[in-house]
Design a protein around this ligand. Structure first.
Ligand code: FPP
Length: 244
């Protein structure tokens, strides 16, 4: 009897730090004849599922791009809608996130948000600061260039001499200080751009782009990305076999 071939075993590589550009909410909504806000709501539901999936898979750090410094240029109604979503998520999900050991961090500039929203975000960070099951960095009013400007300003303010400035010092002043760089950055909806996301930290990250819109990026899609990541050869600018 011919031996039955077993399906190939899928190897998932689990990144210590996964970053995601959650793109395509608007197109997801349009393709269903819905308003853009419905796409953002569906994207929020998917973020909740993704946090759970990351926890189950043993991913320790997840960084999500939710509101960029450029997003202020969207229609007022959309900006307000997104701010409301952030407030709702904190009101509704915080206790469950906390119970599940999620540490919430914010990357970006809080100052331009309403003072009520700033308080909510600070309260959530304070409440969850000792949690370690999963660190969730929410990039909100975040821009990679703005982050580097912020770091340089802090360094200049501290009166550091030019010869004392090095990569380690800059890293200590980024919003992600103390965290490892992302191993993998996933972008949904097929766009092949960085869009000002983690431009310092992503210098050696692997990129993975899928045409799937963010609200539809489910656990199976995440596992496909991790399988693809498992096939990458990370060289960090070095050669693998110096004797060749
Ligand atoms: C990009 O899709 C998505 C955004 C600008 C918003 C992402 C925000 C969420 C998923 C809300 C939940 C997040 C938190 C942390 C509460 P797009 O609108 O640019 O889509 P398009 O390119 O198809 O128009």
């Amino acid at each position: 009897m011919p031996k039955k071939r077993s399906p190939e075993k899928r190897e998932l590589r689990i990144p210590a730090h996964l970053a995601i550009i959650m793109d395509g909410n608007g197109r997801w909504a349009r393709s269903r004849g819905l308003p853009r806000q419905a796409g953002h709501r569906a994207g929020t539901e998917n973020l909740r599922r993704t946090i759970k999936a990351c926890g189950d898979l043993g991913i320790k750090i997840l960084t999500v791009y939710a509101f960029s410094t450029e997003n202020w240029g969207r229609p007022d109604r959309e900006v307000k809608g997104l701010m409301n979503i952030l407030a709702d998520v904190i009101d509704r999900e915080l206790s469950e996130l906390h119970a599940n050991g999620v540490r919430l961090r914010h990357i970006g500039e809080l100052k331009q948000l309403s003072s009520k929203l700033q308080d909510k975000v600070r309260g959530a960070i304070e409440l969850t600061k000792e949690n370690r099951a999963l660190t969730l960095n929410v990039a909100w009013n975040y821009g990679g260039r703005q982050e580097i400007v912020h770091a340089i300003r802090e360094i200049v303010k501290a009166g550091v001499k030019p010869e004392e400035v090095d990569e380690a010092l800059i890293e200590q002043h980024l919003y992600t200080a103390g965290l490892p760089d992302p191993d993998l950055i996933i972008r949904t909806s097929g766009e092949l751009r960085f869009s000002n996301y983690l431009i310092w930290q992503g210098a050696y990250s692997e990129y993975y782009v899928t045409p799937t819109y963010w609200p539809d990026f489910d656990r199976a899609e995440l596992e496909k990305a991790l399988e693809n990541f498992g096939q990458r050869e990370r060289r960090f600018g070095l050669v693998l076999n110096p004797s060749d």
